[in-house]
Write a protein that binds this ligand. Sequence first.
Ligand SMILES: Nc1ncnc2c1ncn2[C@@H]1O[C@H](COP(=O)(O)OP(=O)(O)OP(=O)(O)O)[C@@H](O)[C@H]1O
Length: 269
Amino acid sequence: MADEDPILSAEGVSLRFGGVKALTDVSFSVRKGEVFSIIGPNGAGKTSMVNCVSGRYRPTEGRILFDGQDITKLGPNRRAGLGIGRTFQNLALFGHMSVLDNIMVGRHHLLKAGFLRGMMYWWGGAQREELAHRAEVEEIIDFLEIQHVRKAQAGTLPYGLRKRVELARAVALKPKLILLDEPMAGMNLEEKEDMARFILDLNQEWGMTVLMIEHDMGVVMDISHRVMVLDFGRKIAEGLPEEVMAHPQVRRAYLGVDDEAVNPAEIDA
Ligand SMILES: Nc1ncnc2c1ncn2[C@@H]1O[C@H](COP(=O)(O)OP(=O)(O)OP(=O)(O)O)[C@@H](O)[C@H]1O
């Protein structure tokens, strides 16, 4: 369970693309050990916020702190090296490579702080290093229940399994904080339940702090410790899931309701 220390803080983060204000003065903290979700309508700035945390975007104003260190000016590889892992909204696997190789490359990429260097290392046959990583990768494969497809080409797998392989690759970094961009998108109910269980296990058993963007309100309510709501690039609410869903502005902006009682768990965005 989360303690009070923040592992991640955003302070007054604004992000502009020309005339578009993607984020305006957003501040929040994620505590060590918690599952923290960002929700909001399409275009609210959720992915922009996560990209500011991963280093893909640099805020126009404000600061990002990770583990007490100001990382605002660091690039994505440096942040990955500090322990920030991520998955993407759209899958980013090497389709022609096996599941195992995808996960190993993810690990080399992050450990060696450079994709090309990681690939050369791999192709150059660094057998000893490979063996050292192998045990941990096998543990991740077991954990995510993808043993049966470990030799399959990643591109040939059904969507739900590919999402799981992508998660495995992010987990292979052993990040302290993992950023999940719509981990349930495009999944059927069973796949969503599996993914929710894996995220909870990562959090509870592996001790990873999770920052997640997710549209499925049932999942958000079930597995988040706290939730932040963005609307038009501004934070409009933050708190326990049930507090946030009871917030009038959230009900109006996000759920499209005014007064009537709503059971948020029954609403799918
Ligand atoms: N690279 C970019 N260049 C220009 N505008 C961008 C860029 N990325 C995001 N935006 C704009 O910033 C705003 C916030 O977009 P963002 O993708 O962060 O929202 P979101 O909440 O993640 O939306 P969705 O739920 O649809 O993924 C939108 O108006 C979007 O068009």
